[in-house]
Design a protein around this ligand. Structure first.
Ligand SMILES: Cc1ncc(COP(=O)(O)O)c(C=O)c1O
Length: 396
């Protein structure tokens, strides 16, 4: 008998779409896939070499469950260098990916009866992980017209005595929005006043465009820092999705609780990957600049492509590597003599008749949109855009 908890859980839709894409390709179809949530670049050589050295040096045994000191120190140095934030070893943890940092954190601070505020559109795993901790997600809708800004007033309208936390993800997956400092500050003050946690998912911190500089909400003042737990990782910044190293920083009681959960579940993240993450965080950072330059070019092609399509609007993302255009204007039009009744149906038409795989916005709590990743080559983006244009032009 499968537990109620597991039965109510559906698999990650982004991973499910990637699997569907693969299956169609295996049938010989030329599918253009925009589902991927990982950079298409290889992990830099100096990082790979650190892992090879770790293996050859026999660094292949257990480390402390919350990560070895060398990695904790690299994480501490990263926060100091990038955000002028001070943390001690007791205030940081290395985890098996950014996702597991969040999972451990939710298990550590949320329980039955708690409410957690989640701005929409959201990353697919937040609601599922909140529910796995027994808590309830409370959604606050943000809008393309407002550049997906979240204000303290919007948050305030959803506060109850049960509110225990808010998830802030900037730059955001799926829409690439970043919050203004003013809004972050006001939300931070609200959290301090009402005593709820600020969970700050900064995994896309380094993938920002148009001169934007990331400021962590934790850097906005003592009490705000005290209320904040940062979730982060090396996956996106260094193209290290398969290595599974994430990290978190915050109050030492919470970090200790997360470490205990980790010590009774996964134990330490892979020792070899930890050595690689040290090389990533402490080593040369030029790879990140190179990747950002490439992403900007691709984003621009996507945004310009969508700007030319009737009935489509596309927010220009300030970070991460996704575009999140609205196709709402196409619903109700006719395709092959039949009305397109929903965006879900439009997604199926794109995949089945035009061989373009995208993730429907509903998976991120935002109907009417599609998420397309630009962590793929320019050639693929141009080919995909041409197919989408053809699909739009075929509507009556
Ligand atoms: C917003 C967000 N947070 C966290 C993660 C987790 O990344 P990982 O577990 O690969 O480090 C992802 C990955 O897609 C993400 O998009």
């Amino acid at each position: 008998m499968i537990s109620q908890r597991a039965r109510s859980l559906k698999p990650s839709p982004t991973l499910a779409i990637a699997a569907k894409e693969k299956a169609l390709r295996a049938q010989g179809l030329d599918i253009v896939g925009f589902g991927a949530g990982e950079p298409d670049f290889d992990t830099p050589n100096h990082i790979k070499k650190a892992a090879i050295d770790a293996i050859m040096d026999g660094f292949t045994k257990y480390t402390p469950a919350a990560g070895m000191d060398e990695l904790k120190d690299a994480i501490i140095a990263k926060f100091k260098r990038d955000s002028d934030l001070e943390y001690t070893r007791e205030e940081v943890i290395a985890t098996c990916g950014g996702k597991h940092a969040l999972y451990n954190l939710f298990q550590a601070v949320f329980q039955e009866g708690d409410e957690v505020i989640v701005p929409t559109p959201y990353w697919v795993s937040y609601p599922a992980m909140i529910e796995l901790a027994g808590a309830t997600p409370v959604f606050v809708e943000t809008h393309e017209e407002d550049e997906y800004q979240l204000t303290a007033d919007m948050v305030k309208a959803h506060l109850t005595e049960k509110t225990r936390g808010i998830i802030l993800n900037y730059p955001s997956n799926p829409c690439g929005a970043v919050y203004s400092l003013r809004n972050l500050d006001a939300i931070g003050k609200l959290a301090v006043e009402h005593g709820f946690y600020l969970i700050s998912d900064e995994i896309y911190e380094k993938l920002v465009y148009d001169g934007y500089t990331h400021t962590s909400i934790a850097a906005l003042g003592g009490p705000i820092k005290e209320a904040t737990i940062i979730a982060h990782g090396v996956s996106k910044t260094y193209s290290m999705t398969g290595w599974r190293i994430g990290f978190a920083a915050g109050n030492k009681e919470i970090i200790r609780a997360m470490s205990n959960i980790q010590s009774q579940s996964t134990s330490n993240p892979a020792s070899i990957s930890q050595k690689a993450a040290v090389a990533a965080l402490n080593g040369p950072q030029d790879f990140v600049g190179f990747m950002v330059k490439e992403f900007v070019k691709r984003r621009d092609v996507f945004v310009a492509g969508f700007a030319g399509m009737e009935g489509v609007s596309c927010f220009n993302p300030k970070g991460a590597f996704y575009v999140f255009p609205s196709f709402k204007g196409l619903v109700g039009r006719t395709y092959k003599g039949k009305k397109v009744a929903s965006i879900a149906q439009w997604t199926d038409i794109l995949l089945e008749d035009f061989h373009v795989a995208v993730v429907p916005g509903a998976e991120f709590g935002k109907e009417g949109h599609l998420r397309l990743s630009f962590a793929t080559s320019m050639e693929v983006i141009e080919k995909g855009l041409a197919r989408i244009r053809k699909a739009v032009d075929s509507l009556d």
